[in-house]
Design a protein around this ligand. Structure first.
Ligand code: ME8
Length: 654
């Protein structure tokens, strides 16, 4: 620990699962963690901010297989590749101090040692895992996960099976965990405690299966080949291996463990507040001081996912609105412990109202007036008035309340405080009417003080927004020529007296106003263009047909001479076809909901012609037209197979 600093502070984000690129919901937690890390640094703490990627597990193994690459190549691409995780954190100005990948050698070796220690102390034991097994999917399911008694993934039969596996004695720690949750501030917000205790601990904590044999992409259990360590054990210990626990790569454990806070999403609170402390208890290690479970962001009321396209892509959003505006929106709009609904309308209106109107306008008006009335130079002197005292008192109150809220991770409330000051400063302009004061020479001293007060309010606000919008704060400080020492946390004392001097310069508009309608339309276009349809295809036939049987099918090119709806049927179309024989062929097809009859006249289609004739709605159908049936975004679609019109009617297709 350095002598001048206030102490060490260790903060972490969940390490991301690189199964696909990240969306804005993922960025939320990292932006919040970055804000907290910057706030603590601003206050003078020696901060260690850890983030990283959680790279093992069956899902990654499967995705890599689908992509035709090795699991390591697959994760390398998402983490290190263009527009990957590292690029994204750079773009979003994430000031992490350390980045861990669970595939790093030092981490893998440390996990093997940790697993062995818990095995040696008796908290990990070998048992058997019983469940319903789906052979084609190589997956175990519990009774409650089955759908109609079948595999929830592929719908096939499952059977009772048993597999050798290692278990962690989670049940042994149930009482201590309950006590930790109920009687300390270990887990926040408080509502999450009730959820954990009522849903998981009170019904009884079962021992946890901590090894797998059905796939290989994981940390091998070195004393029992064939087993890999359960991905959550591997993942949770990252918080300590990244400081040097059970490895020589780093040596920061004494300075930074226990962590001050783990920020995590609500769905992984269970792992962090039950399993994690139990494993630490097993190894007799100090527990982290706090786990904070933040809420989830939905998009337009629906679960956020990458398949929603560009509109949730942090790259696209940052490019269109700017990184600071995006960071600000996430922190200002959604109370950190609660769920929130991200909409483009809200994003644009927050930028327009808070950033363009309130903050941007205050800065540009102030700097422009300084320029106009004083050539940018506010020298010594001035004339104070009682109104200034009110502003000063409010600024002090804002700073105090901001700090209280930041210490509770309430970023949105802390920002409300900053906007209380910015709103008051804007009102101060209307009350003091600098443009009228500027008209007479005798009011110049008062005008000077008014402008100094405005500069001071802006300077203080810039200090307070530094953790959330570091670039914007820097731009504001630069426009006001604030010296480095006056940009710090300790420089929050308000000073607009006769001795204060300023030398301001005009700069580019901080946040241009966005035309809501135009921007929404542009985003809509982008979203349409980027959405890949989710195509479902019918399962392939399991039984083969022999070649001779197949060759008996007589496929022919046919031309549509006429086509009409069949009376009293909303499904059937009646086709009159030229099949090259000189005699018209009639085929009925149940595709009326997909085509208008007149659109098909003249098309060249494919018919199978040697099926026995069938009667449909009293009419004879001699053969069948080929079509493709598939499901796109849940909607069934059908396309007739249309072939090159140059192919003559009657041509045999094989
Ligand atoms: O859970 N809104 O990784 P992950 C808010 N590897 N937060 C969201 C979100 C949304 N729409 N979508 C995801 C894992 N998140 C594990 C962590 S830690 C030892 C291992 C958050 O990539 C989610 O809540 O699935 C989680 O905190 C984080 O993104 C990473 O999710």
């Amino acid at each position: 620990m350095c002598n001048a600093c206030k102490g060490n502070y260790y903060i972490t984000t969940p390490i991301y699962y690189p199964s696909s690129n990240l969306h804005i919901g993922h960025a939320y937690c990292t932006v919040a963690t970055d804000t907290m890390a910057r706030y603590k640094r601003l206050q003078g703490y020696n901060v260690k901010f850890l983030t990283g990627t959680d790279e093992h597990g069956q899902k990654i193994e499967e995705k890599a297989k689908e992509a035709g690459v090795t699991p390591q190549q697959f994760v390398d691409n998402i983490v290190l590749g263009e527009k990957g995780v590292l690029d994204l954190w750079k773009l979003m100005n994430i000031s992490y101090d350390r980045f861990i990948r669970t595939t790093d050698d030092y981490h893998v070796a440390a996990i093997q040692k940790i697993f062995k220690k818990m095995y040696d102390n008796g908290d990990i034991y070998k048992g058997s895992y019983k469940g319903k097994y789906c052979t084609p999917c190589e997956s175990f399911w519990t009774e409650s996960q089955l759908v109609d008694g079948k595999c929830p993934d592929c719908g096939r039969e499952v059977h009772d099976a048993e597999e050798e596996a290692y278990f962690f004695r989670l049940s042994k720690y149930a009482d201590r965990i309950q006590d930790l949750l109920e009687n300390t501030d270990f887990l926040e917000p408080r509502s999450r405690v009730n959820e954990m205790v009522n849903n998981f601990i009170k019904p009884g904590l079962a021992d946890l299966c901590v090894s797998r044999t059905s796939f290989t992409w994981g940390v091998p259990v070195d004393f029992d080949p064939g087993h890999v360590v359960y991905v959550w054990i591997d993942a949770l210990f990252n918080y300590m291996t990244a400081l040097g626990f059970e490895n020589d790569k780093y040596d920061d454990l004494n300075d930074f463990w226990p962590a001050d806070v783990h920020f995590v999403g609500k769905e992984i609170v269970r792992f962090h507040s039950i399993i994690w402390p139990a494993m630490l208890m097993s190894l007799d290690l100090p527990l982290p001081k706090k786990v904070y479970g933040h809420g989830w962001l939905n998009f337009n009321g629906e679960k956020m996912s990458k398949s929603r396209g560009n509109v949730v892509d942090p790259y696209v959003l940052s490019e269109r609105f700017g990184v600071d505006a995006l960071r600000f929106f996430l922190l200002r709009t959604f109370p950190f412990g609660s769920d929130g609904n991200f909409t483009n309308e809200m994003l644009i209106s927050t930028i327009n109202t808070d950033l363009a109107n309130t903050l941007g306008n205050l800065v540009s008006r102030t700097v422009a007036m300084n320029q106009k009335y004083f050539g940018g130079q506010l020298g010594q002197g001035g004339a104070a008035a009682p109104l200034d005292e009110e502003l000063k008192a409010l600024a002090a109150d804002v700073c105090a309340k901001y700090e209280q809220q930041m210490d509770k991770f309430q970023f949105s409330v802390a920002l409300n405080e900053v906007f209380r000051l910015l709103d008051r400063a804007n009102k101060y302009i209307d009350e003091t009417t600098p443009w009228i004061l500027a008209k007479t020479e005798e009011n110049k001293p008062r005008l000077l003080t008014v402008m100094k007060n405005l500069c001071e309010c802006i300077r203080l606000s810039a200090i307070l927004i530094t953790p959330m919008m570091p670039e914007t704060a820097r731009k504001i400080f630069d426009m006001l020529n604030v010296p480095a020492a006056a940009r710090t946390w300790d420089a929050k004392c308000y000073c607009a007296d006769e001795n204060a001097v300023w030398n301001t310069v005009t700069g580019a508009v901080l946040f241009p106003r966005i035309d809501m309608e135009k921007e929404l339309a542009a985003l809509e276009e982008l979203s349409k263009a980027s959405k890949k349809p989710a195509i479902e295809i019918e399962p392939y036939a399991e039984e083969n047909v022999d070649f001779d049987t197949f060759c008996k099918s007589d496929f022919r090119a046919v031309k549509v001479k006429a086509c009409q709806n069949v009376k009293k049927s909303n499904k059937l179309l009646q086709f009159t076809l030229d099949d090259g024989t000189g005699t018209d062929r009639q085929i009925l097809s149940g595709i009326a909901m997909y085509y208008k009859p007149e659109d098909l006249v003249g098309k060249t289609l494919v018919a199978i012609t040697n099926l026995p004739p069938r009667k449909m709605m009293g009419r004879e159908s001699c053969g069948m037209l080929l079509s493709a049936v598939h499901t796109v975004n849940g909607e069934e679609k059908l396309n007739l197979i249309m072939i090159d019109d140059a192919i003559p009617a009657g041509a045999k297709l094989c």
